[in-house]
Design a binder for this molecule. Structure first.
Ligand code: MN
Length: 385
């Protein structure tokens, strides 16, 4: 049965901004992203796919190096006579100095939106894959931002001579927009299905997803390597099989090496920092701690009389994880109602602090630290930071 390999959102040479990765780890992650792409091209050869579809954001135009582009061209050249069809996205749009336009690409590569004269020419193009009964309608983005409904024309445009229609496109499925993902070139899969498309090879959403909408297979492969904590779980690409009449079927293939894990750790009831550390370590097995990236929030109520230093817990945990980010949201387990009773200086202080929290709920964390520091001082104890 013929197969296609559907890849998207590789984001080669991403800076991994906003993650707070140390530069050495960011460099390692960039190398792993390059490796993921090479692995996928190897998979295409192994599986003898009929074509490779790359649905945008192959690289980050703002950061990508010539060396990386050369490696990509070589990997695509290595596909031999397997066609590689590329629909540029919003991170690798067809701007004037795009490598898609300024470089020569191997003969098996088709970049949608690049005219034969090497310039960008916006608009859908239909490419028939001979012998497969498929016509791929592709579109190359040429802007970093666009909420333009560019798809409409293809859904209603002239029919290809024969075969089934595949849409290769970088844009937002308007029926399932993930939180925090900017809307880009919206496409309604139901309208695409009505327009005769039986497989929507999309890119833009970074978590893998394959669904059937009104009889059409709608696939986002996601990023082959997770790029941030908004991309938990497994990452890879899809092999899509089809025959003359049957439906398109998507099979996920994992390439992601490191997962991004977000978790909460409740420290309620711990008696010392060894116990707190044990709870943090219990989040994952040692192999996962040495490899994956973790973002933990420490929660729960701590006995303020313990003098437990969360800073020490953080430092010790950092030794046990390749990358860990920890946010302390634990709260001291003071009996504030009792402490606020009476006319002592301490009771007055507690009432003032509680009033401040009520007046400034946004600054609760600050006022709770004030409370802890003040109450510790009333008890003559050192205050941990
Ligand atoms: Mn992307």
């Amino acid at each position: 049965m013929p197969k296609l390999l559907h890849v998207a959102d590789v984001h080669l040479d991403s800076r991994f901004d906003g993650l707070g990765l140390p530069p050495d780890l960011a460099a390692i992650r960039r190398a792993e992203v390059r490796q993921a792409f090479t692995t996928l091209m190897g998979l295409a050869l192994e599986e003898r796919v009929a074509a490779v579809l790359i649905a945008g954001d192959l690289f980050e135009h703002r950061w990508v190096t010539k060396a990386t582009i050369n490696a990509v061209r070589e990997a695509l050249h290595g596909l031999g006579d397997i066609p590689a069809l590329i629909a540029p996205g919003n991170h690798d749009p067809l701007v004037d100095d795009s490598y898609y336009l300024t470089q020569d690409w191997p003969g098996n590569v088709r970049i949608f939106g690049r005219a034969p004269d090497g310039r960008a020419r916006p608009g859908f193009e239909a490419l028939e894959l001979p012998g497969l009964g498929l016509t791929v309608w592709g579109y190359g983005s040429y802007r970093y931002d666009s909420d333009e409904d560019v798809f409409d024309g293809a859904a209603t445009g002239p029919e290809p001579a024969r075969g089934r229609k595949v849409l290769l496109f970088h844009g937002s499925d308007t029926t399932t927009v993930p939180e925090g993902v900017p809307l880009f070139q919206p496409v309604d899969p139901r309208r695409a299905a009505r327009g005769g498309f039986s497989y929507l090879a999309l890119g833009h959403y970074h978590r893998p997803r394959a669904a059937t909408v009104d009889g059409a297979l709608v696939v986002y492969p996601g990023s082959p390597e997770a790029l941030n904590f908004g991309e938990p779980g497994e990452h890879g690409a899809f092999l899509v099989t089809f025959d003359a009449d049957g439906p398109f079927r998507a099979e996920f293939r994992r390439t992601g090496r490191r997962r991004h894990v977000t978790a909460q750790v409740d420290l309620t009831g711990v008696g010392n920092d060894d116990e707190a550390l044990a709870r943090v370590l219990a989040v994952a097995q040692p192999e996962a701690r040495a490899k994956d990236l973790f973002r933990l929030t420490l929660t729960g109520r701590l006995d303020p009389g313990l003098g437990l230093d969360i800073g020490t817990v953080k430092v010790r945990a950092a030794e046990a994880f390749r990358f860990i980010e920890m946010r302390d949201e634990t709260r001291p387990d003071w009996d504030l109602e009792a402490l606020a009773q009476g006319e002592s200086a301490r009771a007055l202080f507690v009432r003032e602090a509680l009033a401040a929290i009520a007046a400034e709920p946004d600054r609760r964390r600050f006022w709770e630290r004030v409370l802890t520091a003040g109450l510790s001082a009333f008890e003559g104890r050192a205050v941990s930071r």
